[in-house]
Design a protein around this ligand. Structure first.
Ligand code: NAD
Length: 254
């Protein structure tokens, strides 16, 4: 198991900036690529090559298999031979992402929850070839971030999103078919099942584009029509209503 002294984070959106904050607070030196903010102890760069000295590189870019594979192939060239390449993907196969590299035993899923500094869980996903050493290094680093881990096999959506995102999709169907208003759907689930946020409110928080990408991975990967994305979710994404990050999703934000 390696002692992690430096971490690279790629993708400075809602997840990447939170993951970088966690590592910096844990005393690990961090390079954040595509940076949007500057925290103390954090070095920001727009140059991937700066990540070549990192012990672990955590990818948190757009939820697209092709884009992630392209990045991992580039990281394989840039990162030092001992470096671990981790993906924060919500649903995409770690085995397939790893196939874009020459080091599949050092590729792993490290799925933080949103927002990373607050949420206690990190879901660790082992691809077909992920080594025990890689797993132990990432598990220890997650614990150093103050997180509790769960382990998932490499199947679409892993544990959390396999269950959560179909529930959100069903909330969209409930709205789409006129069963209830968005407010009543959210209040019903909040007070009726003791969830801190209603599913539509949560979808806006996650990002409707991210929810739709995950639903598509479940639909294709599990091959069951019960995972088809709700047309209303698709339409909102087509309209650019991506949720809080765009100021409009199911709800509008001031
Ligand atoms: P986001 O849209 O907030 O941020 C993505 C960032 O990646 C943007 O800053 C974008 O400019 C950048 N980016 C896109 N393509 C890039 C590339 N090729 N190279 C470098 N940067 C690139 O998205 P997010 O919500 O932070 O999601 C990022 C990843 O984390 C996705 O894989 C998503 O599934 C996963 N994730 C999201 C959540 C959530 O609740 N939003 C939770 C857990 C995991």
């Amino acid at each position: 198991m390696a002692d992690v002294k430096s971490v690279g984070v790629i993708g400075g959106g809602q997840m990447g900036s939170g993951i970088a904050q966690l590592a910096a607070v844990a005393g690990i030196s961090v390079w954040l690529e595509v940076a949007t903010n500057a925290l103390k102890n954090l070095k920001c760069t727009s140059n991937l090559e700066d990540l070549q000295s990192a012990d672990v590189i955590i990818e948190a870019i757009v939820e697209s298999e092709d884009v992630k594979k392209k990045l991992f192939s580039e990281l394989d060239r840039i990162a030092k031979p001992s470096a671990i390449l981790a993906s924060n993907t919500s649903s995409i196969s770690i085995t397939r992402i790893a196939s874009a590299t020459s080091r599949p035993c050092q590729v792993i899923g490290m799925h933080f929850m949103n927002p990373p500094p607050i949420m206690k869980l990190v879901e660790i996903v082992r691809g077909a070839d992920t080594s025990n050493e890689t797993f132990m290094t990432v598990k220890t680093m997650a614990e150093r971030f103050g997180k509790i881990i769960v382990c998932s096999q490499d199947y679409p959506g892993f544990i959390v999103n396999r269950i959560l995102i179909p529930m959100i999709n069903e909330a969209f169907f409930t709205l789409y078919t006129g069963v209830a208003t968005r407010e009543d759907i959210d209040t019903g689930m909040k007070l009726g099942t003791n969830q801190p946020m209603g599913p539509l409110e949560l979808a806006d928080f996650i990002g409707l584009d991210v929810c739709l990408s995950i639903m598509k991975v479940l639909h294709v990967g599990l091959g069951d029509s019960k995972y088809r994305p709700c047309p209303l979710l698709v339409q909102y994404v087509d309209a650019g209503r991506l949720g809080r990050k765009r100021g409009i999703g199911v709800y509008t934000y001031g």
